[in-house]
Design a binder for this molecule. Structure first.
Ligand SMILES: *[C@@H]1O[C@H](CO)[C@@H](O)[C@H](O)[C@H]1NC(C)=O
Ligand SMILES: *[C@@H]1O[C@H](CO)[C@@H](O)[C@H](O)[C@H]1NC(C)=O
Ligand SMILES: *[C@@H]1O[C@H](CO)[C@@H](O)[C@H](O)[C@H]1NC(C)=O
Length: 265
């Protein structure tokens, strides 16, 4: 081996060793448990996030967030590259708490009166990590990855392209929750996950949550993917005049949205 290739081999070893492995699936000292046949991280912090979700939310939403965590974990468990890179504790907490902004209760501790639901969840979860994480472990960059992964999960056409793989993978895991086996992990895992956490109620629950948000803070929904829920289901909701299009084209009349099924929710 020439000297130059020895030094580059050493540089490679050094750069691999420099990858933060503390909470990665490839670190065998990280505590694990098995849920629905999938190996997942099992720290006090992750248990706390699970308890928080289970104590405060409807079963359909609890099942949804568990599925997203398990899909992501099953993907990592079948891909050594991801196992060396992904912070599985950050992924767990992000998946488990990504929809706390769906809380429909008055005076919810999870939601604001003015922000998108993804931002509410990102802010809540970042504070949860600062308060409950082991001191010194939750560096600003770990917290920021969780914040961005949650904040961008509803705009996957941005989030999936994050240059930070921990952000992109949180977005990817959350967006895996649609029916049918997923190509990135074995079909047995998919079958086990949906057997334990069935998809029942996700469509209706989504309608209820998004309709509630469009009704109670419409300004946070104009020009976002929640807008059609307001148009379809909320009496008096009209995004015309509130959109970027309207500001840029004050004298152009774009077709007013059509209302459908306004009395359903
Ligand atoms: C593996 O995780 C443990 C517990 O978090 C940590 O103390 C240890 O430093 C990690 N090992 C490596 C190689 O990062
Ligand atoms: C593992 O994941 C990486 C990053 O997403 C991807 O590029 C690669 O193709 C995956 N490998 C396998 C064997 O699926
Ligand atoms: C819109 O119409 C008003 C009244 O005709 C006019 O004064 C204004 O310049 C128009 N604005 C644009 C951006 O075309």
């Amino acid at each position: 081996m020439k000297f130059s290739s020895i030094t580059s081999a050493l540089a490679l070893v050094a750069s691999v060793a420099a990858i933060p492995q503390k909470r990665c699936a490839s670190n065998s000292t990280v505590p694990y448990t098995t849920i629905a046949g999938v190996k997942v991280i099992d720290t006090p912090l992750v248990r706390k996030a699970r308890e928080l979700m289970e104590a405060n939310f409807e079963p359909f939403l609890i099942r949804h967030v568990y599925r997203t965590w398990l899909y992501g974990s099953a993907t990592i468990n079948n891909n050594a590259t991801l196992a060396a890179q992904i912070d599985v504790e950050a992924l767990a907490v992000a998946c488990l708490l990504h929809d706390v902004g769906w809380d429909t209760r008055d005076n919810s501790p999870f939601t604001s009166n003015d922000k998108r639901f993804e931002v509410d969840a990102a802010i809540y979860t970042a504070n949860f990590l600062r308060e409950n994480g082991v001191k010194g472990e939750w560096t600003p960059s770990r917290i920021q990855n969780v914040w961005h992964g949650i904040a961008l999960h509803g705009t996957s056409n941005i989030g999936l392209y994050s240059e930070e793989i921990n952000v992109a993978f949180i977005v990817e895991s959350i967006n895996m929750d649609y029916p049918g086996p997923h190509p990135k992990f074995p079909v047995e895992d998919y079958d086990n996950i949906v057997a334990k956490y069935p998809l029942d109620g996700l469509g209706e629950g989504t309608n209820r949550a998004f309709t509630h948000i469009a009704a109670t803070k419409p300004e946070a929904t104009y020009d976002t993917f929640l807008e059609p829920w307001g148009v379809a289901f909320v009496e008096g909701y009209n995004p015309v005049g509130h959109r970027l299009f309207d500001r840029g084209n004050p004298n152009v009349t774009s077709p007013p949205p059509t209302k459908r099924n306004v009395h359903l929710y």
